[in-house]
Write a protein that binds this ligand. Structure first.
Ligand code: DLZ
Length: 164
């Protein structure tokens, strides 16, 4: 069953900038892969639906969300022509403080890359208390945050294009 936020038709297409010339990177964490693959698919399908050419989409995998920082940094250095990069991950609360450290680390790391770098990096990292919450937000009853991130990436790519 289609749920709100799972595809581009749920957003106002008339407000989306022309995306056919945009080059978009996706860095995907393999930890909690069943969630991050759905986030990736939501983002990828939305980019294609918005007009981004398949050959202009590059994907890299990293082991866990903490590695998204280095992955995004290296992707930005390797492909300076990219208009936006989407960092995709999923951190689920466990019994230790690891959750807090990974969440804090990846949030601050991606923030720093945005401050210092020239390519906007979108934060598509689900940080949930339970796996069900993550399922609900990666193509379930609360939509797909991958889709939302792709829409945001197109807006940021347009902003980058129109700025110095
Ligand atoms: C170690 C770890 C744990 C416990 N939980 C998650 C998680 O829920 N989501 C995630 O993306 N990664 C997790 N990791 C792995 C870390 O992100 C990282 O890969 C390792 O600490 C190695 O640097």
């Amino acid at each position: 069953m289609a749920t709100k936020g799972n595809n581009l038709s749920d957003f106002d297409k008339t407000k989306l900038p022309e995306a056919k010339d945009f080059k978009i990177g996706l860095v995907v964490a393999e930890w909690n892969a069943e969630i991050t693959e759905n986030l990736f698919q939501g983002a990828f399908d939305t980019l294609i639906e918005a007009g981004v050419i398949k050959e202009n989409i590059v994907r890299w995998n990293v082991p866990g969300s903490f590695e998204l920082i280095y992955g995004c940094k290296k992707m930005a250095e390797s492909f300076a022509m990219l208009d936006a990069i989407i960092a995709i991950g999923n951190v689920i609360q466990g019994e230790t403080k690891h959750f807090d450290f990974v969440c804090q680390g990846v949030t601050q790391g991606i923030r720093q890359l945005n401050v210092e770098g020239d390519i906007p990096i979108l934060f598509c990292v689900l940080t949930d208390n339970t796996k069900q919450q993550s399922i609900d937000r990666s193509g379930g009853k609360h939509g797909n945050k991958g889709t939302e991130s792709a829409v945001a990436a197109i807006h940021m790519a347009e902003l980058k294009k129109n700025s110095k």
